[in-house]
Design a binder for this molecule. Structure first.
Ligand SMILES: [Zn+2]
Length: 238
C-alpha cells in the first residue's frame, strides 16, 4: 500500500508540474508579443506611450504636461519635503517639463551650434522625438542647489530621493548610467519619466531601461535565447 501511495504521489506531482508549465507557456505567448500602435500623434507599445530615437511624434502633438503625472509629482514633492528634500522642476515655470516641437527644435539647434551634431544628439533629442513633447517627462533639480543640469546632480539629496522612491509615484530615472548604447542618450540622473506605479516598480526592480523593459531594443542579457517584454521572460524564436 505504501509503495502504491508513493507512486500515486509521484504521478500527481508530475501532473501538477506539467500544468504549471502549460500555463506558463500560454502566458508567455500572450505577453511576449510586442504590440506597437500609432494614433497619428505618438506611438504606444503595449499601451505605454513612447518617444525615443526610433519612435517619434507628430509635429502637431501638443498635449502639455500630463495631468496624472502632475498629481503624482505633487505627491512625490510633498513626501520629499517631509524629509527636508526640495524637488524642483527645471524649465519654463508652470510647464512641468513640457516642451512643444518648436521649443525642442530651438533647443536642439542651440546645442548643435554649441557642440556640433554628434555630441548634441547624445544630450538632446531631435525635435519630434523628445519625451518632453510627450508631456510625460521632467528634469528635476535639487531646490537647495540651483546648479545647472549635470551629472553632479546624482550626489544631491533630490537625486537620491527620486532614484530610490520615484517608482512609488510612477516615475523612473529614464537615462541610466552605462545604458547609453541602449537609450541613445548620455546618463541623465535628473530626467524622470512617468510610466505609472506598476510599470515603474517593475522597471526599478529589474534595473532596466524603458527600451529593455518593453523589449524593443537593447535586450538585457539573460540566459542565452531569453529576453524580457514588460517584465515577462520570453524566448527568442529560432
Ligand atoms: Zn529631460
Amino acid at each position: 500500500m505504501k509503495k502504491r501511495g508513493m507512486k500515486m504521489k509521484r504521478i500527481l506531482v508530475g501532473l501538477i508540474s506539467l500544468s504549471v508549465l502549460a500555463t506558463g507557456h500560454e502566458a508567455e505567448a500572450a505577453s511576449c508579443k510586442i504590440n506597437v500602435s500609432y494614433n497619428k500623434q505618438f506611438y504606444k507599445i503595449d499601451g505605454l506611450p513612447i518617444a525615443n530615437k526610433q519612435y517619434g511624434m507628430a509635429r502637431s502633438y501638443n498635449p502639455g504636461a500630463n495631468k496624472t503625472m502632475l498629481q503624482s509629482y505633487q505627491q512625490m514633492k510633498k513626501a520629499a519635503l517631509k524629509k527636508g528634500i526640495v524637488l524642483d522642476v527645471v524649465g519654463t515655470p508652470g510647464a512641468y517639463g513640457y516642451r512643444s516641437y518648436a521649443t525642442q527644435k530651438q533647443l536642439y539647434n542651440q546645442y548643435i551650434n554649441l557642440y556640433g551634431f554628434s555630441y548634441a544628439s547624445k544630450i538632446s533629442a531631435k525635435p519630434g522625438t523628445s519625451e518632453h513633447q510627450l508631456g510625460l517627462a521632467m528634469d528635476i533639480r535639487d531646490g537647495t542647489n540651483f546648479g545647472t543640469l549635470n551629472t553632479a546632480f546624482e550626489y544631491t539629496a533630490a537625486s537620491k530621493f527620486i532614484h530610490e522612491n520615484g517608482q512609488r509615484y510612477g516615475f523612473i530615472v529614464r537615462y541610466l548610467k552605462g545604458k547609453e548604447a541602449i537609450t541613445g542618450f548620455m546618463y541623465e540622473p535628473w530626467h524622470i519619466r512617468y510610466v505609472g506605479v506598476t510599470h515603474a516598480t517593475r522597471i526599478k526592480k529589474e534595473n532596466v531601461t524603458l527600451e529593455e523593459y518593453l523589449g524593443i531594443a537593447g535586450r538585457k542579457k539573460l540566459s542565452v535565447g531569453q529576453y524580457k517584454v514588460n517584465g515577462t521572460l520570453c524566448k527568442y524564436k529560432r
